[in-house]
Design a protein around this ligand. Structure first.
Ligand SMILES: O=C(O)CCC(=O)C(=O)O
Length: 257
């Protein structure tokens, strides 16, 4: 059997490639518990409401019909998702790549229902005051991400180009040219597998053309030595931003529950 990589070589590979894959990191019993809780949450009509800031909607690939997509945040709704976000195995993997203690900043559970469109090419870094450059996301598969279910795709080494968008506090899609010449790596994760990448890794995903949800938790952390704004402040700022965006689309009387 091959020896596991030393911490130094793991950090070197992460620094070079910009992502780290940790197969079967989360125990099957925790994944099963998170799936059971996700099934109950998605059936809760009080939560899954167009005016709830916790929920985001996307659209159907062919019909354009609005479709529920995700809960953000999730750890205060789902004890199993909280246990995964705080699991020692995940903390060890994050510590290994960050070289520091991980501090939770943001936590999403993306359902990606059948027929939903994917995500355009982007980086997670948003130039808000207090948004840490060390923002690092763990993608944790509850469901397998196969060829047709729209796996997240990263680009080996492309993180090294740094921030590719204007630092103006807005979300920006990136042009395809920004990743030309970099190897595209689709994250074909199995339940319990984890992929970790930083805020400057360009990534995207294709639509979900399968018949099943592609549920992944995207849990983001900052290094303790540069934590940026705490999680509660992040969500205050994010809700302010969402209210402005939704307000401009004519949606009023928004709430958070
Ligand atoms: O889950 C996906 O398909 C992509 C999600 C993503 O890129 C993001 O939340 O930043």
């Amino acid at each position: 059997m091959m020896a596991p990589p030393s911490p130094a070589s793991l950090r070197e590979t992460y620094a070079r490639d910009g992502f780290h894959l940790a197969p079967a990191l989360i125990e099957p019993s925790l994944i099963a518990a998170a799936i059971a809780e996700a099934d109950a949450l998605v059936d809760d009509a009080v939560l899954v409401d167009r005016k709830n800031l916790r929920v985001r909607w996307t659209r159907h690939l062919d019909t354009d019909a609005p479709l529920f997509e995700l809960f953000d945040p999730i750890v205060d709704l789902s004890p199993a998702c909280k246990a995964i976000a705080e699991s020692p195995a995940l903390a060890d993997a994050l510590r290994a790549v960050l070289g520091d203690e991980p501090v939770l900043v943001k936590d999403k559970l993306i359902f990606k229902p059948p027929g939903t469109v994917g995500y355009p090419l982007h980086q997670d870094f948003i130039a808000w005051p207090g948004f840490p450059e060390g923002f690092t996301t763990a993608v944790i598969a509850l469901d397998a991400a196969g060829l047709d279910s729209g796996p997240v795709e990263v680009f080996r080494g492309a993180h090294a180009r740094g921030c590719l968008a204007e630092r103006d506090g807005s979300f920006h899609m990136l042009h395809e040219d920004t990743v030309s010449g970099f190897e595209r790596v689709p994250l074909h994760l199995q339940p319990g597998d984890v992929a970790i990448f930083g805020a400057f890794m360009p990534h995207r995903s294709a639509p979900n053309r399968s018949a099943a949800f592609r549920r992944h938790m995207l849990i983001s952390y900052a290094p303790a030595s540069d934590p940026g704004e705490p999680r509660a402040a992040h969500y205050r700022r994010f809700h302010h931003y969402l209210r402005a965006v939704y307000g401009s689309m004519g949606l009023a009387n928004l709430h958070f529950r």
